[in-house]
Design a protein around this ligand. Sequence first.
Ligand code: NCD
Length: 357
Amino acid sequence: MNVKHLIDLETLTTGELMEVIELANAIKADPSAYAECCRGKILATLFYEPSTRTQMSFKTAMLRLGGSVIGFDNPQNSSVSKGESLKDTITVVGGYADIIAIRHSMEGTAKAASLYSAAPVINAGDGGHLHPTQTLTDVVTLYHEKGTLDNMCIGLCGDLKNGRTVHSLIKTMSHFKGNRFVLISTPELTVPQYVKDVMNASGCRYSEAASLAEAMPMLDVLYMTRIQRERFKSLEEYEKQKGVFVLDREKMQLAKPDMKILHPLPRVDEITEEVDYDSRAKYFEQTVYGMYARMALIMKMLENADRKPLPRQFDTHPCRCSNPNCITSTEAYLPKLFRPLGGDMLLCQYCEGRSLI
Ligand code: NCD
């Protein structure tokens, strides 16, 4: 695998992604054959934001490969509570660990961490932006369940604006042949522009639907998500959005017999409990695929990890990112990195937000 850090799954070629998926399948088939693969290696999990599955599956993955784990899941118990910057924490942990998984509420944090880490950094979720290892989990699940990653009609339902798993999944699936997306959300919670840009650039068809019932009959996959309460400015705004889309037994009657339901979890109220017993519900199996997916990813990333000296200085742009949730707004020393989009538009290389020059 030709990347040092995994910030966005899009940086892997389709061939590299398929190699990780195949390795995850091989591990799933015979886990004991991989039990010593990371003996002597250390994973650091730096979780600045709550997590059950991602954190525990990363830890389990490393332990099942024979490696060890350090880290924190509550930054209040680390020197972050004393005001330590991300740069300083990462510089230090990058010297202790062989590989780092980081989750943070600010968008672009994993990218920022990668600038200062001698060890490979994996993005375990950066605010409402991306979540590449959930997508790896999703594609390992789909490949296993469907036997292909091509020619699917994928419905995505719920909080498509703030749901980082949705953004990563669309980005990745739009690189496979013949996929089309049905975006099922309220107008307020539709996908951000950078996700639309990816679908448009890849020529993927997509449509928007205002109800689950109308979309249901055409879907091969339904990806449900919760409304991301923690990303709303006020409880009132959240209350207006919650409970709009609920998948229940009645709606499942409209679905194809081989449709698969995925959900990154946690579920709140968007899937009723009765649906758990429908054989098309794959969201609990998905969590197990996620552990094998992370085992495969850790192995591949450690295979070619280098410890080349890090650049001391970066070219910084005079503009600031206009996204208030971008990590550059709280960690002021970060170099401002943009890609010109034409006209007076710039694309922030941390959070993918657009800013005017
Ligand atoms: C997701 C996340 O954290 O983005 N959960 C996960 O990692 N499995 C989805 C969510 O929190 O809704």
